[in-house]
Design a protein around this ligand. Sequence first.
Ligand SMILES: [Zn+2]
Length: 384
Amino acid sequence: MKSAASDHDELNLLLSDILSRASVTPDDKGCQQAFESYLTSTGFEFISIDRGETKNLFCCKQGKGPGPFLLFAGHTDVVPPGEGWNTDPFTPTLRDNRLIARGTQDMKTSDVCFAFAAKQFIRDYPGFNGSIGMLLTSDEEGDGKDGTVYAIEELKKKNIFPDFCIVGEPTCTKNLGDTIKNGRRGSLNCKVTIHGEQGHVAYTPKLENPVHLAGKLINGLTQIKWDNGFDGFPPTSFQISNIHAGTGAVNVIPGTCELKFNFRYSPALTNEEIEKKVEELISGLGQQTDVSWTRSAFPFKTKGNKLATALSSAIEEVTGMQPQLSTSGGTSDARFISRWCPEVLEFGPVNNLIHKANESIPVKDISTLAGIYYQTLVNIFIGR
Ligand SMILES: [Zn+2]
């Protein structure tokens, strides 16, 4: 056994290396190569699944038996630093017991902690029954089409199907260990253009003013109670995000009015049900309209509770906290993975500084997160 101090150094060294790489989407800047170098001595095998400018790396270590396959999914890309940093965003800096750098929360620390935990676990339990994998992409913060979605299709062709997946997105709200995400709401966008006839305000138009019709539509849509929430999901939310009409002149009836709105919905509803209801209201306006939908994410809730039990227990064993299961927040790659792997959970650092200037993480959370991932592997493969 190596001493605790040198284990610590190994973890911090890898984290420092990964954070120093300015891997703004989709440029991986050698992060995945660094993970490959780190894991290769432990007997991991690697499959590169690059497409276009996006790098995807699948790493897998087969244990001694045909036991379960646990996969960690993460991204090595980060959003651009933007303005307002007090330190260089790609020079990891220690200040006030925090490590500051772009990607500390979202989500390079998780990637590194999982790789470190996996390596330690394999060293401690070389005869474990099952397989441990990592799937890394450099296109999570971008449009994602060449990232996890594509990699999964390629892995399916090789007959690779994980039983459990931990997505290392930052899920905690106040303290590391307070929140696991076990599902996400769906996201559905609609754009409606209502057509009328442009004309002088002093003369009665042949067609109804499209802004007045938009008012009727908004009134109708805001009256609908879509659902009461479902199985841990909050009620479906409807929000108008944009309205555009008018020439700028006060004496011109606009020729068109364009509305954009979004639904965040639970698995209680399907996108088809929402779309049908909305389109009924629109056709009730009785005037020409153009309607288009963008289905940006389907809702999911993870099945089974083996992973949830193993991860929750690990969190409790390491931090003393009992995590809550939550389906709140935006979307992540878990929505794609849930169609490939039955039990998918997201767990990672506190997310209060993601995408912001001076993104940072408490130094103590680094080894704690590695400890939680390590204990989860123990709980899944060795039992408690
Ligand atoms: Zn992320």
